[in-house]
Design a protein around this ligand. Structure first.
Ligand SMILES: NC(=O)c1ccc[n+]([C@@H]2O[C@H](COP(=O)([O-])OP(=O)(O)OC[C@H]3O[C@@H](n4cnc5c(N)ncnc54)[C@H](O)[C@@H]3O)[C@@H](O)[C@H]2O)c1
Length: 289
């Protein structure tokens, strides 16, 4: 998508939750010049968040992807223990707390009280409806989904999820910030699975049904996609990396919202029940050492 919006990062950014995704988001904005305040629930989690950002920055520096010394960028990242301590001047606040609708609604409402009327609020949810989260807010026009991918600093994409109340100016600002991070956007209307999970899971589920029906072995199915269609990774290997339990949860959500074409295959349920969750468990569709 092309846009005429600003292509510099906001000067001040807030990130709620400094876990895997939040730390990556904080790192990316700090590297693009922003002062970033990360909210973490306790001191141990805050220390871990800063350590994650520092590790990420060192890795980026080793690969020659950082324009400034690590310490300089890290000096722009601060942590606070409460959402009320977010800087009111923040241009953007992104929440990256765990995938729990009630928790997200709570932290977004608290963030809205802490910041100025001009601040854009974004959720990094990978599956919850933006429309539902917007209901917790007084200014839903300033709210949208910015769905970052893992690992954030190295990933090329941000899915911009637009709710029915999201104002056009909010979308434009998010597009500019995405560009300032050196990433590409896809703009999607709020709908189950957005664009990425919906298509990715559809392919993964069909591949699992093919194993179930004995059409071909997992390696062959993956080769068909990597060699035949130039996918960087086959759908079954990807399912192993994401985690079969994670994929099953998304499939169940899409089954409920979009219908039978997303019904999880029995083989997926059986593997999850046996604890064959993919790489993290040492066994999924492949054996992982
Ligand atoms: N992991 C992925 O691959 C991925 C990809 C895209 C989107 N997401 C989404 O990003 C979000 C975060 O996922 P993650 O993998 O980073 O989770 P995570 O568990 O690694 O991090 C969550 C962080 O939030 C903190 N937290 C919890 N409650 C809090 C509160 N009330 N205030 C402040 N901090 C709080 C936790 O201490 C933790 O550090 C989820 O919505 C997830 O669906 C994840």
């Amino acid at each position: 998508m092309t846009s005429t919006s600003e292509a510099s990062a906001p000067e001040v950014v807030g990130v709620i939750g400094g876990g895997r995704m939040g730390a990556g988001i904080a790192q990316s904005f700090a590297a693009a010049g922003a002062s970033v305040t990360v909210v973490e629930s306790d001191e141990r989690a805050a220390t871990a968040a800063v350590e994650r950002v520092a590790t990420g920055l060192r890795r980026a520096a080793e690969r020659g992807k950082l324009a400034e010394p690590v310490e300089e960028v890290l000096g722009r990242v601060a942590t606070v223990a409460s959402i009320g301590a977010l800087p009111s001047a923040a241009g953007l606040v992104v929440e990256a707390v765990p995938e729990d609708a009630r928790l997200k609604a709570e932290v977004l409402a608290a963030a809205e009280r802490a910041v100025g009327a001009g601040t854009v609020l974004a959720t990094n949810t990978s599956s919850l409806p933006v429309t539902e989260l917007a209901a917790a807010l007084d200014r839903p026009g300033r709210f949208l989904g910015m769905h970052f991918f893992n690992p954030v600093p190295a990933s090329a994409l941000v899915e911009i999820v637009v709710g029915p109340a999201t104002e056009e100016a909010t979308v434009e600002r998010a597009l500019g910030w995405t560009r300032a991070l050196g990433k590409k956007d896809v703009v999607v209307k709020d709908s189950p699975g957005f664009a990425s999970s919906r298509l990715g899971v559809a392919l993964g589920l069909e591949a699992i049904r093919m194993v179930e029906e004995g059409v071909a072995a997992p390696e062959a199915i993956d080769d068909a996609m990597t060699l035949g269609y130039r996918h960087p990774m086959g759908p079954l290997r990807l399912t192993d990396l994401v985690g079969l339990d994670v994929r099953l949860a998304i499939a169940e959500h899409l089954h409920t919202t979009l219908g039978d074409r997303f019904a999880p295959p029995e083989l997926l349920r059986a593997k999850v029940a046996r604890g064959e969750l993919g790489r993290k468990a040492g066994q999924g569709f492949y054996r992982w050492e």
